[in-house]
Ligand binder design. Sequence first.
Ligand code: NZQ
Ligand code: ZN
Length: 385
Amino acid sequence: MNNFMLHTPTRILFGAGQIAHLASEIPSGSKVLITFGGGSVKKNGVMDLVYTALKGVDISEFGGIEPNPTYETLMKAVALVKAEKIDFLLAVGGGSVLDGTKFIAAAVFCNDDPWNILQTHGTTIKRALPMGSVLTLPATGSESNNGAVITRHATRDKQAFHSPHCQPVFAILDPVYTYTLPARQTANGVVDAFVHTIEQYLTYPVDAKVQDRFAEGLLQTLIEEGPKALKEPENYAVRANVMWSATLALNGLIGAGVPQDWATHMLGHELTAMHGLDHARTLAIVLPSLMNNKREQKHEKLLQYAFRVWNIASGDEDARITQAIAATRRFFEDMGVPTRMRDYQLDGSSIPALLAKLEEKGLTHLGEHQDITLEVSRKIYEDAR
Ligand code: NZQ
Ligand code: ZN
């Protein structure tokens, strides 16, 4: 096991009715800005519950944060925060609202162009406004990590940043709030959490037994509960298991002390930036192809994954790996998330442009061995057509 430092300071309030504790999580006397997306939280009543819980608190609102939140929209919120002297941000929504709010929190204190936050991957952030969240879409883990992914429309860039200053102070995770998710978003969330787990698990063995078994437990839970969440959207137990899996998949725990990959995400982000595909859908396109292309380097973990996650025990080693990749693809497809570019009317003609974007960002040595060069990325995209 590799050395690690782990600090996961977000207070999690998990379960039905936890919103009752919302007011006590926000410092008294705060001037709060509630951030939200396109309005789902107003339609499904979550926003009403937030207002009820925050009776007497000084609140402003900023809505319209889009899926794959944009710099252009978020900068409007930054102006509002400054004008209204906001001192606490409360994100109510999915990963995009949470990510966007992290950016707002940091950009408020920027003296230069806040896009530099992305250019420097967050390393230049010295302070940020405190934020909390009421999560309505289990997927990204953004509620208890310090990362965010922001898109700039003007340049079709989608980039991530990380900063301990942007770690949410608290997260309210009420599985009931996820009942109203459209099937597509439920499926996206399960696939995203699945791939987060894979990115931190499917590399090479370092004898990290706890991290491996936690990861395998999350993968098996998502495989078991994901399809049920589609069939029984109001099954509390199912929603709760999916929600907690998604949080644990990316709060730092399973990634501590193990090698990590993240190439699927990097290649996927370019597909979203260029073609507007949902984040999870890009991962479903890239991952099976990446697994196949890196089957030699990931050989041992692929065999472990085949056996422990999918119970694949027969056939020679190569056949078992092939079966495991096929099972992964089938799982995504069964969740209603197609796994080939052609399913999204993409013929691969944009691959050179996708590679140019990777190159522009210096993403030319990806993966746990830094051996996913542009040539390998090309092959991964081409095989995903
Ligand atoms: O905008 P509203 O009207 O709220 O509707 C949203 C949105 O259209 C809707 N929705 C959310 N909760 C709902 C609901 N509809 C009905 N009922 C509910 N309870 O779902 C749609 C998608 O929401 P979005 O927040 O975009 O989805 P998700 O949570 O999947 O977030 C995706 C974003 O997170 C980034 C992605 O790149 C993408 O930009 N990621 C962030 C990460 C992080 N911070 O650690 C890691 C991830 O790998 C990922 O890259
Ligand atoms: Zn993701």
